[in-house]
Design a protein around this ligand. Structure first.
Ligand code: PLP
Length: 349
């Protein structure tokens, strides 16, 4: 059948999100969601939103939320941008800075959405290979390309890079934008948000989906020099002026003022993570060092596809990619101690 698709749409390979199967018998360890709910004060703030507020459009510039975020990080409001999840912010950032006719560099094993955005916008990608230990060597990035993006910690490997190594990269590369995707930095990796003051070519993205338990709300943040933020605003206001709805703004504001709650849930996840790493190693898995709310583990006999399927049939969902260098590995989200116990029981069975 002929379609009315454009050439661009014809050649897209869209991102495939993890399965969202739910049910009481499902242990969902496949999309790096937080196993704990958001703080009670966040739920209260959402409930307190009135019909009158919902009748109207939200504040298009999310001023109150951005002010709270700026204060939290010691920045000014014009150094903060918010969007409908960090995926949306990345999509806007690619359009704002990387459709410059030059190559964009990112790790060959990394967040799959980067390649998807490149295809969407016709950006040429240069992938930088992780080394044999699945570590990212920042010296492998070339100078003077169209830009660099990587997640820290990386996904799906969960390995983190220290802030001083990123600062050195920024010293070497002053003429291209570096976008550090810190979706998982809240679980123990260094953040380079403070470096945005020193390096006008650094943009850092955060999300409320992971350490702040709000994946269902869709809220992301970017930090950077006012001129980078203005670039994002120009694209946002040429696409959708109201990406962050009234509920998400209220939830985000409440979330930022309840840090103790999140420090506790993150600490619980880190404890469960360390136990899960030890339990998997006992069972013969190779597990990469993890600074995220997930781990990347090589299945003892290398048959990760088979194990993925067996776990899935047993109601334990994890992530598997049938791709070179990934096909012996599983990415496993850290759930509650009970979730991880069920995983271990299934593995033993
Ligand atoms: C590395 C990385 N960046 C960004 C995102 C997007 O997160 P969100 O759109 O929920 O903010 C994800 C989601 O899993 C991710 O793994």
């Amino acid at each position: 059948m002929t379609t009315f698709w454009t050439e661009t749409v014809n050649r897209l390979t869209p991102y495939v999100p993890g399965e969202q199967r739910t049910g009481t018998d499902i242990t969902k360890l496949n999309t790096n969601e937080n196993p704990y709910p958001p703080a009670p004060s966040v739920l209260q703030a959402i409930r307190a939103v009135t019909g009158e507020q919902l009748r109207r459009y939200p504040d298009p510039e999310s001023v109150e939320l951005r002010t709270v975020l700026a204060e939290y990080h010691g920045l000014a409001i014009d150094e903060v941008f918010v969007g409908n999840g960090s995926d949306e912010i990345l999509a806007l950032a690619f359009l704002a800075y990387f459709t410059n006719g030059r190559m964009l560099q990112f790790p060959d094993i990394s967040y799959n959405f980067y390649a998807v955005y490149c295809a969407l916008y016709g950006i040429e990608a240069r992938t930088v290979s992780l080394d044999e230990d699945y570590q990212l060597d920042l010296a492998r990035f070339e100078a003077n390309t169209g830009g660099i993006i990587f997640p820290n910690p990386n996904a799906p490997t969960a390995c983190a890079i220290p802030a001083d190594a990123i600062a050195q990269l920024l010293e070497r590369h002053t003429r291209q934008i570096l976008l550090v995707d810190e979706a998982y930095a809240g679980f123990g990796a260094d953040s380079v948000v403070a470096l945005t003051r020193q390096y006008p070519n650094l943009l850092v993205s955060h999300t409320f989906s992971k350490n702040r338990s709000l994946a269902g709300m869709r809220l992301g943040v970017a930090f950077g020099h006012p001129s980078l933020i203005e670039g994002l605003q120009r694209v946002k206001n040429s696409f959708n002026s109201y990406p962050v709805d009234v509920l998400a703004q209220a939830a985000g504001i409440a979330s930022m003022s309840d840090d103790t709650y999140y420090r506790n849930t993150v600490a619980a996840i880190i404890r469960t993570r360390e136990q899960a790493v030890a339990d998997l190693r006992l069972r013969g898995f190779q597990v990469l060092p993890t600074s995220a709310n997930f781990l990347f583990a090589r299945v003892p006999d290398g048959q990760a596809g088979k194990l993925f399927k067996r776990l899935n049939e047993a109601g334990v969902l994890v992530r598997y990619w049938d791709k070179p260098r990934l096909d012996h590995w599983l990415r496993i989200t850290i759930g509650t101690p009970d979730d991880m116990g069920r995983l271990m029981n299934c593995l033993d069975a």
